[in-house]
Write a protein that binds this ligand. Sequence first.
Ligand code: ARG
Length: 469
Amino acid sequence: MSKSSSSSGGQKMWGGRFASTPDNTMQAINASIDIDRRLWREDIEGSKAHAEMLAAQGIITREDNAAIQAGLDKIAAEIIDGSFPFSTELEDIHLNIEARLTERIGEAGKRLHTARSRNDQVATDFKLWTMRASREAADGLRALQKALVARADEHSDWIMPGFTHLQAAQPITLGHHLLAYVNMFERDRVRIIGGALEAAWECPLGAAALAGTSFKINRDMTADALGFHAPASNSLDAVASRDFALAALANLAIAATHLSRLAEEIVLWTSPQFGFARLSDAWSTGSSIMPQKRNPDAAELIRAKAARIGADFAALSAIVQKLPLAYAKDLQEDKALTFNAADSFALSVAAMIGMVETMGFNRAAMREAATRGYSTATDLADWLVRELKTPFREAHDITGRIVRRAEDSGVTELAHLPLGEFQAVEPRITDAARASLTVEKSVESRDSYGGTAPERVREQITRWKENFE
Ligand code: ARG
């Protein structure tokens, strides 16, 4: 299937010890450049900090450092303008950049890798990338929260059914429902930022291959230049560990779980059976055969992507858990998983913002659904407890009997049941009690802190808006 390749791209970086070049398939399984080229910014940043430090410590000359800095800047420009010659033979982004540097500046380029290994290099690059991606994910969630709060503000007193077991339980307000997600995304955001802060604690650079280095390097200098709090205090841990990526993946997976639940609600709400909401044309897709369809594909894909993000976490965990210390090539597969999760997450958040901002709600349909299923029965039981001092269990039973009478007489809403039907079960029930069984009165009455009453919802909207400033 594959022949031994005759290396046309010159000596392998590690070629000194080998008489022949790798098999083509060996090269194919080993190369990661198609994936890890995305680390180029971090790789250049890390190399620049490393070279500055080597020069400051007198390990390389100032002239060599100047050549390295200028060379790396030119390489960055080449990568940006698309002229950088990426090569699979050079395996990964680290060797690609280093080889190109030497091609451009000669001898000095060959000194860059002093007191460093690809093991501490990749751990540093990837950590920097993951920290950045986490901050971007947190920013995305903030934007989504703002979109949700804006919609909640417009719909703070629109009534809809609140569900348990997907059965109408009690009436709630749409504003309240939307704000529930704002709370979830706030915890997600805090978790994701926390993961990035934890990752920033220790800088792997200077751990070298696994044991540190005999050169008199200054690890505080590179840690500081790269925005870390301190150099990693154990070189084995520094090159072997990927829990910063695991934490980022776990945090994204949890947040994606919440995105997926909201997506699921959008799928339900926009179905003709619910009819609570309608996605704008920009966020609906048609069917190639059924002209009437308006499908919520983006919401469905958000659900599916959440599953894949969770699987990315599971896969990386499975990769790392069986590895003896320190580095093993298995760890190279960490990037594809993390990149997929970060990309899928960013796209899901952006799509969710688009849907949330432009979705229309059907006030009448939601209200009508809220009245179904005798959703204000609890309000009647509460009235019996409050006004007649009936023990709650008894009130529950009385109300149940009244609901049965309503059902038997074909009345779908307790507020519409004649007073006589109530009084046949409990003669002390008044017309005022009956009148309080509308969905509007019901939500207004649930004004405990954090409850669904429009007044409480507006209180939370104000709190969120202050929080966003
Ligand atoms: N491309 C490798 C990775 O992503 C870089 C580290 C290679 N180290 C080694 N000893 N082969 O893990």
